[in-house]
Write a protein that binds this ligand. Structure first.
Ligand code: ATP
Length: 768
C-alpha cells in the first residue's frame, strides 16, 4: 500500500472571510481521502519557524469553522520568505515534518511566493544535502513539491477567476454600509464620498457602485477619458436636476486619473462641496470604510466557494504527477476549474504594470469579461439621458415589464437597470403591475392604472430594495385570460415583453408561446430573467434571489446553532422552502455544515432516518463536550409527504433517550430576505441589461418573423461558465420536469455528496 500522503494547508497575506471554511474543507477532505491533514500556522512565517507551527489536524479540530471570520490558523507577512535563505529553512521544515503537498490560500503575493518555492525546490534540496543539513535519504521521498493555490483575497484581484474567496463578503459589508449612509444622505440631501479597498483592483468599488446605484465610481483600471472633474460634476448635476436628494461617490483607494495621478477622496469632496459660482455646493462628507471591509463571518457564496475549492484542491493534489503544472482553483461563472497558477500570477502582475504605465486598455483586457460587462452596465445605468447611445426614432421599442411568481431579491434591481438601459436607448419601458392578474384586469385610461410608463427617478432608488415594487402575482396568463392579454399587448402596442420571475414566469412564457397561433399579437419577443429563491427555473443554474435566500438561511442557522452552545447536546431540524427543488436546502447545508440534508429529489426513508439517528448517537457519544454548538439537519418542505421537520425532530428525540435533545425550526418567509444580497443585485443589473439587448435585436414591428424564430421566447441563464439564452421550446420539451416544477437535471446534485462527506454523514440507503 502506498504511504499515506501528508497534505498541509496554510493561509497567507491579508485575511479574508472564507479562509476558515477553506481550511475546514481541505482538512476534512484530506482525512476523507485517507491522508493526513496538517495546518501551517501563521503563513510562511510558520513554515520558516517549523516545529510547533506545523500541526497535525483531526476531523473535530475544524468543527464550527464555517461561521468563523478571519483565519483561525493565523496569517503573517513574512519578510524571510522573500529571500532564498528563508525559503531554504522552509523547505527543510517541510521535509522534517514529512509534508508531501502544500495548499496555500492567499492573494497574488502569497501565490507568487508559492510558485517561486516550487520552482526552486530541486535546488533547495540540493543545497540542504550539500551543506549537510539533511541527508540524501531524508530528501529522497520529497523530490517533487506539490503545490495548489486557493485565492483568498477580499480585493478579487487575481486574473483568471471571477471571484476570490472573501470578495463577496467584503462587498456585502461595503453595500451594507452604503445602504446605511444612503438613508442619512437622502434625509439631509447630502453627498458622500466613500473610500473602499483596492490598490490595483477596482472590483469592490465597481460592484458596490453597481449594487447600490452610486452616482459615480472611480477605479484604477479605467479612468475617465475626459476630465474626471467635469464628468463627475455633469453626472451629479444631472441627477440632482432630475430630483435626486442624495449623491454617492465610491472611490477605490488606488483610483487614478488618465494621467496616472492618484484621485483622493479629499479632492472629490472639494469638488462636490465647491461653493464658488457654478460649483455644486453640496454638503459633503467622506467615509473611509477601512478594515470593517475585512471583518466578520463569510457570506453564503464565500463559504460555498471556499468549501468547493478546498475539496477540489485536495483532489488536485492527489491527481498531480511530477509533470503537472502548479494549479490554482478558480471559478468561472458557476464552474470550479483548475488553472495554471503561474500564468494567472504573471497576468495579474502585467495588469498592475499596465495600470502603472497608464495602458488602461490593456488593464481592462486583463480583467475578466464579467468585469468589463459590469463596467459597461454601470455606465449605461448611471449615465442615462446622456443621449450618446440613443437609437433612431424608428428603432425605439415599447417594452412591457412584468414580475411573475413570489418576490425574490434582485427583482427590483433588475427592473431598475433595464429601465435605465431602455431610457438611455430611447425605448419606452412600460410597467405592468401585479403580474398577469393585474394586466388582464386593467381597463382603459385609469390614471392609477396598472399599466404605465416608468419614470427613471422613480426606479433609481430601487437598487437595494427587496420585494417587487411593481407588484408580482402567481397567476398564469391562461388563468387570467389569454385573449385579454393578447388584446392588451396589441392595445398598448408592445414590441416586446421582459419577464422577471420564477417557475410561474417560465410557465407563463410557455403558455403564451403556445397560444401564438390563436393570438397573433402574442408574436412579440419575450425573455425571462429567472428570479426565485427556489432556483428551480429550467435553463439556468442560478436565479435572482437564491443568493439572498441562502444568506438569510445561513444567518438563521448560525444563530440557531449558537443558541445550543449552553446545552450543546441539541439537534435542530430546520425546514427550508424551495418547492420540489432541494437546491437551497443542499447549498445551505454546505454553507453551515449540516449533519444531514433531506431533499425531494431523494425523498426520505425509514432506513435513511435510522442511519442518520445512529450517526448522531455516535457523534454525541464521542463528543466530550468540545463542540461549541448544536448540530443541524436541513429538510426541504416537500422532501416527504410524511416525514416533516417536526416528525423528524420527534423521532430523533425519542431515539436519543435523553442523551441529546432535538427541536424543529421553521424560518418560513424570512427566507425571501429583506435587503437583497449584493450578488443578486449585481447579477440582476448585468443579466437584465443583456435581456433588453437581446429583445432589441428583434427591433420594432417584429410580428411577422418572430413566430418562426425560436429565440423570440427565451430564458437567460448562467450555465457552467457561460451566460446563455435558451429557447423556451427546447426547455419545455427536453429540459423541464413539469410535474415537479424543476429542471430535469439538477446541476447541483453533486454537491450533496460534498455536504455528506464534510458533515461526516455515513453512507445511507437511498429511497427507491
Ligand atoms: P493580499 O492580497 O491580501 O495582499 P497577498 O498574498 O498578496 O495578500 P502579500 O503580503 O503580498 O499578501 O504576501 C504574503 C506573503 O507571501 C509575504 O509576506 C511573503 O512571505 C510571501 N511572498 C509574497 N510575495 C513573494 C515573492 N515574490 N517571493 C517570495 N515570497 C513572497
Amino acid at each position: 500500500m502506498a504511504p499515506k500522503k501528508k497534505i498541509a494547508v496554510m493561509t497567507s497575506g491579508g485575511d479574508s472571510p472564507g479562509m476558515n471554511p477553506a481550511v475546514r474543507a481541505v482538512v476534512r477532505m484530506t482525512i476523507h481521502m485517507g491522508c493526513d491533514a496538517y495546518c501551517v500556522y501563521e503563513g510562511y512565517e510558520g513554515l520558516v519557524q517549523g516545529g510547533d507551527f506545523i500541526r497535525k489536524m483531526e476531523w473535530d479540530d475544524v468543527r464550527g469553522w464555517l461561521s468563523e471570520g478571519g483565519t483561525l490558523i493565523g496569517t503573517a507577512r513574512c519578510m524571510a520568505f522573500y529571500e532564498r535563505p528563508g525559503r531554504l529553512t522552509a523547505a527543510k521544515n517541510m521535509i522534517l515534518s514529512d509534508i508531501d503537498a502544500l495548499i496555500i490560500c492567499g492573494g497574488d503575493g502569497s501565490l507568487t511566493g508559492a510558485d517561486k518555492f516550487r520552482s526552486e525546490w530541486p535546488s533547495l534540496l540540493e543545497e540542504l544535502v550539500g551543506n549537510g543539513e539533511l541527508t540524501a535519504a531524508q530528501v529522497k521521498p520529497h523530490q517533487h513539491l506539490n503545490i495548489v493555490g486557493l485565492v483568498g483575497s477580499i480585493d478579487n484581484d487575481l486574473t483568471g477567476t471571477d471571484a476570490t474567496i472573501g470578495c463577496y463578503s467584503a462587498l456585502a459589508r461595503i453595500c451594507e454600509m452604503v445602504d446605511y449612509i444612503e438613508a442619512t444622505a437622502s434625509s439631509h440631501s447630502r453627498a458622500f464620498v466613500i473610500e473602499v479597498m483596492g490598490r490595483h483592483c477596482g472590483w469592490l468599488a465597481l460592484m458596490a457602485g453597481v449594487a447600490t446605484g452610486a452616482d459615480f465610481v472611480f477605479i484604477p483600471e479605467r479612468p475617465r477619458e475626459h476630465d474626471w472633474k467635469e464628468d463627475m460634476a455633469d453626472v451629479v448635476r444631472r441627477h440632482r436636476k432630475l430630483g435626486k436628494r442624495k449623491t454617492i461617490v465610491i472611490v477605490a483607494e488606488g483610483a487614478r486619473d488618465k494621467n496616472g495621478t492618484k484621485i483622493t477622496a479629499e479632492e472629490i469632496k472639494k469638488l462636490l462641496a465647491d461653493k464658488s459660482e457654478g460649483g455644486l455646493a453640496l454638503d459633503t462628507r467622506i467615509t473611509t470604510l477601512g478594515h470593517v471591509q475585512r471583518g466578520g463571518t463569510a457570506v453564503a457564496y464565500d463559504r460555498m466557494l471556499a468549501t468547493l475549492q478546498g475539496v477540489e484542491a485536495v483532489k488536485a493534489v492527489l491527481d498531480a504527477t511530477p509533470e503537472t503544472e502548479t494549479p490554482f482553483i478558480a471559478i468561472n461563472e458557476n464552474k470550479i476549474v483548475r488553472k495554471p497558477l503561474m500564468q494567472a500570477v504573471a497576468e495579474t502582475k502585467k495588469l498592475a504594470e499596465a495600470v502603472d504605465s497608464k495602458d488602461f486598455e490593456k488593464a481592462m483586457s486583463l480583467r475578466d469579461s464579467e468585469f468589463e460587462d459590469q463596467w459597461n452596465s454601470y455606465i449605461l445605468t448611471t449615465n442615462v439621458m446622456m443621449g450618446d447611445k440613443i437609437l433612431p426614432e424608428q428603432d425605439r421599442m415599447k417594452i412591457g415589464f412584468i414580475n411573475v411568481g413570489a418576490p425574490a431579491g434582485g427583482m427590483n434591481a433588475a427592473v431598475r437597470a433595464a429601465v435605465a438601459y431602455c431610457v438611455s436607448r430611447g425605448h419606452e419601458p412600460i410597467a405592468i403591475h401585479n403580474g398577469f392578474a393585474g394586466f388582464s384586469r386593467h381597463h382603459g385610461d385609469d390614471p392609477l392604472g396598472s399599466v404605465r410608463t416608468f419614470d427613471w427617478l422613480e426606479v433609481d432608488g430601487w437598487a437595494s430594495k427587496g420585494g417587487s415594487e411593481i407588484g408580482t402575482n402567481r397567476e398564469l396568463p391562461g388563468e387570467s385570460g389569454m385573449e385579454s392579454i393578447a388584446n392588451l399587448i396589441e392595445e398598448y402596442r408592445l414590441d416586446a415583453l421582459f419577464l422577471v420571475g420564477g417557475f410561474e414566469a417560465f410557465h407563463s412564457i410557455s403558455q403564451m408561446r403556445k397560444a401564438r397561433d390563436q393570438y397573433p399579437s402574442l408574436c412579440i419577443p419575450m425573455t425571462l430573467l429567472p428570479a426565485t429563491i427556489s432556483n428551480n427555473v429550467p435553463g439556468t443554474e442560478y436565479s435572482l434571489g437564491s443568493d439572498t435566500c441562502l444568506n438569510e438561511l445561513v444567518n438563521y442557522c448560525d444563530k440557531i446553532k449558537q443558541s445550543a452552545s449552553a446545552t450543546r447536546r441539541r439537534v435542530f431540524v430546520i425546514e427550508t422552502q424551495g418547492g420540489r427543488s432541494g437546491y437551497i436546502a443542499t447549498l445551505s447545508g454546505l454553507d453551515v455544515g449540516a449533519s444531514a440534508v433531506y431533499i425531494p429529489e431523494e425523498g426520505i426513508s425509514l432506513e435513511m432516518l435510522n442511519a442518520d439517528v445512529n450517526h448522531l448517537k455516535n457523534v454525541f457519544k464521542n463528543d466530550k463536550g468540545q463542540s461549541r454548538a448544536g448540530r443541524l439537519i436541513l429538510v426541504n418542505e416537500k422532501a416527504s409527504k410524511v416525514y416533516n421537520a417536526k416528525l423528524i425532530a420527534d423521532i430523533i428525540r425519542e431515539e436519543a433517550h435523553d442523551r441529546f435533545e432535538s427541536r424543529e425550526s421553521i424560518p418560513g418567509h424570512v427566507q425571501q430576505g429583506g435587503v437583497p444580497s449584493p450578488m443578486d443585485r449585481c447579477r440582476a443589473v448585468r443579466l437584465a441589461i443583456k435581456c433588453i439587448q437581446h429583445l432589441e435585436t428583434f427591433g420594432t414591428n417584429a410580428h411577422n418573423h418572430v413566430k418562426k424564430d425560436p429565440n423570440s421566447t427565451t430564458v437567460i441563464g448562467i450555465q457552467g461558465s457561460e451566460v446563455v439564452f435558451t429557447p423556451m421550446k427546447e426547455l419545455e420539451e427536453t429540459g423541464t420536469d413539469w410535474p415537479n416544477r424543476r429542471p430535469k437535471v439538477a446541476h447541483w446534485m453533486a454537491l450533496s455528496e460534498v455536504v455528506n462527506i464534510l458533515g461526516g454523514r455515513p453512507d445511507y440507503p437511498k429511497p427507491e
